[in-house]
Design a protein around this ligand. Structure first.
Ligand code: FAD
Length: 413
């Protein structure tokens, strides 16, 4: 270990919502905290971008807060009231925009329930019944995830159903989801924490089953030491960087789903009255589209509207949309607004604001491989001094960061 190692009480890997909430909780507990973040801004996937005088999130980002205490927490951190967006997520059905997600339209007492067999098909069939699953959920979910429900793990369906509910509307931070991330980062710094932007985690030193250091790189290489490291980045990446190497066979390939975000802007007041619309129709490139003026009018100047079409797929040549050029994809999205969606007679006033390609936007695990993919995180978590904090949504990521710090505090008692 080089002599130049720096020391703190807690090192947090990653400055997304999980890493920031862990850092905030630890710093508020009085620990000296160092956050290592490779990007030049905090927030991870929960970022708010700017362009053409507008602010827009990196894809629609509803925090899905279901607990008043979490609203109060967010208001205290941002020092502003949260906005209540009085619109549930909507869907396209029978040729019309209709309030409510596809999944929330389930029959009150389905009479065709089946056993949960560990797949998304079984999980949904055991809750919403076979007919509703096949006619309403299957087209949408298979368009998003690209696999038959029989291949996708039950956990994915469970999370979609339970964690992403917003039946009457949703809480949203004024100024965009990134405002909440920036406020958490400010809180970390005010509590004495150090956030190192533009700094990559490149190695995990361990000895005798204990973490002994984190190698980082920001132009120069150095090592951070701490009795506790909280991993809020992909565990597999840290396991792959273990020195000495982790036991063979821990790392297995995981399918990554791609998302292309197509942002359009037009000088018109709005296209729809909705915040976010789910679209199952496969003729339409996108599966969800956000209109940011309807989330927070302050994001977009009057007389202008910004859309974000989320085009799900795989970053391969056989995907229907990924191989298109950005210009072709923009034109395909614009054309679909007219036909088949019928939301406008003429979309020619919409111009491309930005196209962001995310070839590895989220992992997708087959139902019969869920036990294979846990070995790397389990090995990492098994090291003394290592905590994991991961979440599939904004709020579960924040909760995971806080839970990691609570476990450290409990272990110290
Ligand atoms: C298109 C899209 C739409 C979404 N919509 C919603 C939504 O509406 N509601 C919702 O709740 N969730 C949504 N999500 C999911 C949500 O963004 C994630 O669950 C959440 O961001 C996870 O937080 P995290 O902190 O675990 O990871 P991340 O946000 O991925 O943060 C990880 C951080 O670690 C950094 N990092 C990675 N590797 C290294 C390294 N080697 N060294 C240093 N730093 C590193 C990254 O730069 C990043 O900042 C969406 C995701 C996508 C892709």
């Amino acid at each position: 270990m080089p002599d130049m190692a720096e020391r703190s009480d807690v090192v947090v890997l990653g400055g997304g919502p999980a890493g920031l909430s862990a850092a905030l909780a630890a710093a508020r507990d009085g620990a000296s905290v160092t956050v290592v973040e490779s990007a030049d801004q905090v927030g991870g996937l929960c970022r708010t971008l700017e362009g053409d005088g507008c602010r827009f999130d990196l894809g629609g980002h509803i925090p899905f807060i279901h607990d008043p205490a979490r609203v109060a927490w967010a208001e205290a951190i941002t020092d502003r009231p949260m906005l209540w967006v009085d619109r549930p997520v909507a869907r396209m059905q029978h040729g019309r925009i209709t309030p409510g997600r596809y999944i929330d339209q389930m029959p009150a007492a389905p009479d065709d329930l089946v056993a949960d067999d560990g797949t998304a098909a079984g999980e949904l069939g055991s809750h919403v019944g076979v007919a509703f699953r096949d006619h309403v959920i299957r087209p949408y979910m298979e368009k998003v995830d690209g696999w038959p429900l029989e291949v996708i793990s039950a956990d994915r369906a469970r999370k979609l159903r339970d964690e992403q509910q917003a039946p009457n509307g949703f809480w949203y931070p004024e100024g965009g989801i990134g405002a909440l991330m920036d406020a958490m980062a400010d809180g970390v710094r005010r509590a004495g924490g150090d956030i190192r932007l533009g700094t990559r985690v490149t190695g995990l030193h361990h000895d005798g089953g204990r973490v002994t250091g984190i190698a980082i790189e920001n132009g120069t290489a150095s090592v951070l030491e701490a009795p506790t490291v909280i991993c809020a980045i992909t565990p597999g990446a840290v396991v792959a960087a273990a020195d000495p190497p982790a036991p063979e066979g821990l790392l297995v390939p995981v399918t990554q789903r791609a998302v292309t975000l197509v942002y359009l802007v037009a000088d018109r007041e709005r296209l729809t009255d909705e915040a976010w619309i789910q679209v199952a129709d496969r003729r339409v490139p996108f599966s969800r589209i956000a209109e940011f003026r309807n989330w927070d009018p302050g994001l977009v100047p009057a007389g202008r509207t910004v859309l974000c079409a989320e085009v799900y797929g795989s970053a391969t040549d056989d995907d229907p949309w990924w191989p298109l050029t950005d210009e072709q994809l923009v034109e395909a999205v614009k054309a679909s607004l007219v036909d088949p969606l019928g939301w406008t007679d003429d979309a020619s006033d919409f111009r491309a604001l930005r196209v962001i390609r995310m070839p590895r936007a989220y992992p997708l695990v087959e139902a019969d491989r869920v036990n294979d993919v846990v070995h790397a995180p389990q090995w990492l978590w098994g090291l003394d001094g290592m905590e994991l904090a991961r979440g599939g949504t904004v709020v579960t990521a924040i909760e995971a960061g806080e839970a990691a710090v609570a476990r450290i505090a409990a272990a110290a008692r």
